[in-house]
Write a protein that binds this ligand. Structure first.
Ligand SMILES: Cc1cc2nc3c(=O)[nH]c(=O)nc-3n(C[C@H](O)[C@H](O)[C@H](O)COP(=O)(O)OP(=O)(O)OC[C@H]3O[C@@H](n4cnc5c(N)ncnc54)[C@H](O)[C@@H]3O)c2cc1C
Length: 297
């Protein structure tokens, strides 16, 4: 019997494994090697690893975990989960059945690309979700913001710390008259119509093309497509979730335990606001520690 099975071996899952390995607990990490930021050339904002390719951070973490003999990293997809606290069973796509006393879910979320030519190709290069991740490198340039709901108004105010050249794309949303008045007052143009194409050169945006026939040149586009958990194991377990403006995340308590005893969650899968590598690593470490402490004799 393992102590913990960790499902998802990226920033959150490996941070959990590190704490559990140091506590000499027997751990299996299952991973399919598709971290959310794999499209980005560099990861920003993680202390000691700023401006580093995300896959390099993960490779270093995996290498460092090799010194812990009780931690096993397995490239496999967790397909099924069943059982109760002290006896969970996880089945992989290799048909391996693994048992453990605790489970940590850290399988992240997947961004759902809209059906707009050029969007997927530009995602992570010149279409990005977060100014803390990519704003510094594009400071002072012409930014576009794809409106995604009332929360976008706050993003406009936030973005002004990085640039005063901002264009809002309504992309089919009704923007209330008082918000439009505020944007006009701030000299921020609003472009109506739906985005039908991103014209780009190797992922670098040239223009945003609209169904009205107009084309608007920007240097970088901030967008918040819907996302969904990268696996549906939490659904089969009936875990409680909460809605966010872009998708759902798992509910956890202050010890990162989900609504089912013995199952913990960390990382983007359970982060309602400002998901980041820093948050995922911190939450993963805490999930590992709390899972370990829940097994003390
Ligand atoms: C374009 C872009 C740029 C970003 N830039 C930054 C940045 O500069 N700085 C920053 O702090 N944050 C950045 N982020 C956010 C960052 O990517 C996430 O916050 C972080 O990856 C979350 O880590 P995680 O471990 O929760 O999930 P993920 O990194 O998404 O990892 C989840 C892992 O679980 C695996 N998995 C999924 N399903 C299964 C399964 N059934 N079985 C086994 N394994 C499974 C996946 O393959 C993956 O390896 C960026 C995000 C995007 C989209």
């Amino acid at each position: 019997m393992n102590d913990v099975i960790i499902i998802g071996g990226s920033f959150a899952g490996l941070a959990a494994a590190l704490q559990l390995g140091r506590a000499r607990r027997k751990v299996i990490v299952l991973d399919t090697s598709r971290p959310r930021n794999r499209f980005a050339g560099h990861s920003h904002g993680l202390l000691g690893h700023d401006h580093t390719p995300p896959l390099d951070i993960l490779a270093a973490a995996r290498q460092q975990l090799a010194r812990y003999p009780t931690v096993r990293l397995v490239i496999a997809r967790a397909e099924k989960i069943s059982g109760v606290i002290d006896d969970f069973c996880v089945v992989t796509d290799d048909h391996e059945s693994l048992r453990a006393r605790r489970v940590i879910l850290s399988y992240g979320v997947a961004d759902q690309m809209p059906d707009v030519p050029g969007y997927t190709e530009s995602w992570g290069t010149s279409i990005v979700p977060c100014p803390y991740c990519d704003g510094f490198e594009a400071a002072g340039q012409h930014w576009g913001l794809v409106w995604s709901g009332p929360q976008s108004h706050n993003q406009v105010r936030l973005f002004l710390d990085w640039t005063d050249r901002l264009t809002v794309f309504a992309d089919g949303h009704d923007i209330a008259p008082d918000i439009r008045a505020d944007l006009a007052h701030r000299n921020i143009p609003v472009v109506d119509g739906r985005i039908v194409e991103i014209a780009h050169h190797q992922g670098h945006i040239a223009t945003v093309n609209l169904d009205t026939g107009s084309t608007v040149a920007v240097d970088i586009l901030f967008a918040h497509p819907r996302n969904k958990p990268s696996a549906n194991l939490h659904e089969s377990l009936g875990l409680a979730t909460m809605d966010t403006p872009t998708g759902v995340v798992l509910k956890v308590d202050e010890r990162r335990q989900t609504s089912t005893p013995g199952i913990y969650a960390a990382g983007d899968l359970s982060t309602p606001i400002l998901p980041s590598v820093t948050q995922a690593s911190s939450q993963g470490a805490m999930a590992g520690i709390f899972a370990q402490q829940s097994m003390l004799a």
